[in-house]
Ligand binder design. Structure first.
Ligand SMILES: Cc1cc2nc3c(=O)[nH]c(=O)nc-3n(C[C@H](O)[C@H](O)[C@H](O)COP(=O)(O)O)c2cc1C
Length: 162
């Protein structure tokens, strides 16, 4: 039995996520959109990101075979909004190219470049698996989060020492 959108909307909105700009390269320069990405195990150098199969960014990644994820910092909600809208998404946004020549957003907490390793279709989305080829990390920078339609940041529930 499939549950309907009316049953899923509220609970799904309550699932907190990080906020990433997913980029790739095309003949006419970089492309990208706002998304999310996650990784689990440092012994397994892969990240996973879900993308709308009908979206332009998914189409560009299918052509290039690679993508990057810039995990945004707490102060970068405007960039997340801009990369979810139409128009020139890179306008006014500082970025640099990594070793794979993919655009990484300056000031992001983590910047990862990947080769597309696999993709899995589910519903209207594709789950992309990327093999990490390069990574950079701005340790200690607070991350941007998204939950219940609102941007936020991570607040530890406990002190690190107890
Ligand atoms: C906080 C936030 C998270 C998002 N996460 C995703 C996501 O994980 N996957 C996705 O396909 N779109 C996600 N979106 C929506 C896309 O950014 C948006 O639909 C965009 O227009 C898609 O662009 P495209 O046509 O270049 O793919 C998110 C938007 C926001 C604001």
């Amino acid at each position: 039995m499939f549950l309907g959108a009316d049953q899923l909307r509220g609970p799904f909105r309550a699932i907190a996520s990080n906020v990433a700009v997913i980029t790739t390269d095309g003949d006419d320069g970089p492309h990208g959109c706002t998304g999310t990405a996650w990784a689990e195990d440092p012994h397994s150098p892969f990240i996973v990101t879900p993308l709308d199969r009908g979206g332009r960014t998914r189409e560009y990644i299918a052509r290039s075979g690679r993508f990057a994820a810039s995990l945004l910092a707490a102060g970068q909600a405007d960039i997340a909004r801009q990369f979810a809208r139409r128009g020139d998404r890179f306008a006014g946004v500082a970025y640099t190219f990594g070793p794979l020549e993919l655009a990484l957003i300056d000031g992001a907490v983590v910047g990862i470049e990947c080769q597309l390793e696999a993709s899995l279709e589910f519903g209207t989305y594709d789950l992309l698996v990327g093999r990490v080829e390069s990574i950079r990390h701005s340790a200690g920078t607070p991350v941007l989060t998204f939950c219940d339609g609102t941007f936020g940041t991570h607040v530890p529930a406990e002190r690190p020492d107890g």
